[in-house]
Design a protein around this ligand. Structure first.
Ligand code: SF4
Length: 314
């Protein structure tokens, strides 16, 4: 039984990190207009470290925020349409399959989430194809079926998903995830999990990877000209006309499958894992995750782990 509310960062719930304030901005479906991306880039340049970090749920984090700047940041995000509800700041976690235009479905889910009591910050919703099941959403609509914690819940679309989300809220006491409670409705077999789209060109769009999931200010200037979809695999989907200097589009790149925690921006880090990951980049086992301590934040499922210790790596 959980004894506390989740402490996921939000825009209004600022995490105090060693490099300054950290906020997480929910981006349902990962969909950002060029203007919204520009607003995020401006905010990070004005009050933070100038970068945006992608999260494993297709959201973004700004970090290195100076004291006293987070109120201005929140106002800027409200103005950009990135904080539509102060009560649902952390509960709008929706991933959508890339390369499908699911804006209408995501907008309907987002509106539905905001019309009910806030879901826990750890609760995740998916929509699209079986690739979204790789991130283990609590509830998903996958090709016309409702999926409940990875199992078939019968025919379904957005209304059935929202009804199931309300049912979770009715059932839960302090649980954060569906898997933590007894789902009292019949479920079928486990639904096969799909594969995320490969890097590179797909018709008129390109899937690109910023190394270690970090969009630098130079990358942001290139991307902010058009619509962008952030994915839970820390990639971005952009129109094929977009300038992509610094981003990886070759599926054979050694950057594919390499991730790292926040490193020296976290007080617990024993080593500068992000620099070490760059220095040690070479073909080899994937996925490969670098962690600054044995908490191994952000460790992808099935990844080999390099864990910093007092005298090297384990
Ligand atoms: S793995 Fe350790 S050092 Fe890295 S972010 Fe988590 S707590 Fe901090």
């Amino acid at each position: 039984m959980r004894t506390a509310v989740d402490r996921c960062p939000g825009v209004l719930r600022v995490h105090d990190a060693v490099d300054g304030g950290l906020v997480r901005v929910r981006v349902p479906g990962g969909y950002l207009t060029g203007a919204q991306l520009a607003a995020l880039a401006d905010a990070s340049a004005s009050w933070g470290d100038g970068n945006l970090d992608l999260t494993s749920r297709g959201n973004v984090q700004l970090r290195g925020l100076r004291p006293g700047t987070t109120d201005q940041l929140a106002v800027a995000l409200v103005d950009a349409g990135l904080l539509p509800s102060v009560t649902h700041d952390t509960s709008r976690n929706v991933v959508a399959s890339p390369l499908r235009d699911l804006h209408a479905e995501v907008a309907e889910i987002d509106a539905g989430i905001q019309s009910m009591d806030p879901l826990p910050g750890r609760f995740l919703i998916g929509v699209g194809g079986p690739d979204v099941l790789t991130v283990r959403p609590d509830l998903a609509v996958v090709d016309g079926r409702l999926v409940v914690d990875g199992r078939d819940g019968g025919p379904g679309a957005v209304p059935e998903l929202l009804e199931a989300a309300q049912h979770f809220l009715d059932l839960r006491r302090s649980e954060w995830r569906v898997r933590e409670l007894t789902w009292d409705r019949p479920l079928g077999e486990a639904v096969p999990v799909g594969v995320p789209p490969a890097l590179g060109r797909h018709d008129t769009r390109v899937v690109a990877l910023p190394p270690l999931g970090r969009l630098t200010s130079a990358m942001l200037r290139q991307l902010a000209v058009g619509p962008v979809q952030l994915t839970p695999w820390r990639t971005v989907v952009v129109p094929d006309s977009t300038e992509l200097t610094g981003l990886v589009t070759d599926p054979a790149s050694p950057w594919v499958g390499v991730s790292a925690c926040a490193g020296v921006a976290c007080a617990k880090a024993l080593r500068d894992v992000r620099s070490d990951a760059v220095a040690a980049l070479a073909p080899g086992v994937r996925p490969l995750h670098w962690s600054g301590c044995d908490r191994q934040c952000g460790l992808p499922a099935g990844a080999e782990s390099r864990v910093a210790t007092a005298d090297g790596y384990a």
